[in-house]
Design a binder for this molecule. Structure first.
Ligand SMILES: C[S@@+](CC[C@H](N)C(=O)[O-])C[C@H]1O[C@@H](n2cnc3c(N)ncnc32)[C@H](O)[C@@H]1O
Ligand SMILES: [Zn+2]
Length: 160
């Protein structure tokens, strides 16, 4: 798997490490493929850097994780992201095809972000800084917002 061209890992103003561009990306352009290692939910590993695939996504029944191992590992979340992830289980290759696409033009030096849309139970405080920030890294679906733990509910900023 080639190193992602046009991306650099840096200290992020959002959280920890993040990834900025060293060249512009046009809306609709491929940003990067995400190489990874596949784990079942029962495995003992750190899922902080993984994409989640439920049984319906893969047809494998259980939940699986694609633990990212390249620059994509450091992509941060934003509630107003400039990229989106597309991930699909490839049964022939027995691996995940995950890639990120620019959802708008992205200038040199911008941090690449996508919407993690965490389920309510694992919501985290969000520091993306977008005017439309939801206050939490969470799927905005009302059913997921209802599952946000009580101690985090006060951080939620719902759309007017
Ligand atoms: C895949 S890591 C991203 C890389 C991370 N910045 C690091 O240095 O480890 C995902 C974790 O980064 C943090 N993170 C990502 N986006 C964030 C955001 N918008 N606000 C606060 N924390 C964020 C959360 O703790 C999240 O679980
Ligand atoms: Zn946010």
């Amino acid at each position: 798997m080639p190193f992602c061209d046009g991306l650099r890992v840096v200290k992020s103003s959002i959280h920890g490490y993040g990834v900025v561009t060293t060249r512009p990306f046009a809306k609709g352009e491929l940003v990067c493929y995400g190489d990874g290692v596949f784990y079942p939910e029962s495995a003992d590993f750190d899922d902080t850097y993984a994409l989640v695939f439920d049984g319906e996504d893969t047809g494998l029944g259980d939940t699986y994780f694609w633990d990212l191992v390249d620059q994509t590992r450091w992509f941060n979340h934003s509630c107003a992201p400039n990229a989106e992830v597309r991930g699909k289980w490839d049964p022939n290759e027995q691996r995940v095809n995950a890639h990120w696409i620019a959802v708008r033009d992205i200038a040199i030096g911008e941090e690449i972000t996508y919407d993690y849309a965490f389920v309510g139970e694992v919501a985290e405080p969000c520091a993306c800084g977008a005017p439309s920030c939801r206050g939490l890294i969470v799927d905005p679906d009302p059913a997921e917002l209802a599952k946000v733990p009580a101690h985090l509910q006060r951080l939620l900023r719902r759309a007017a």
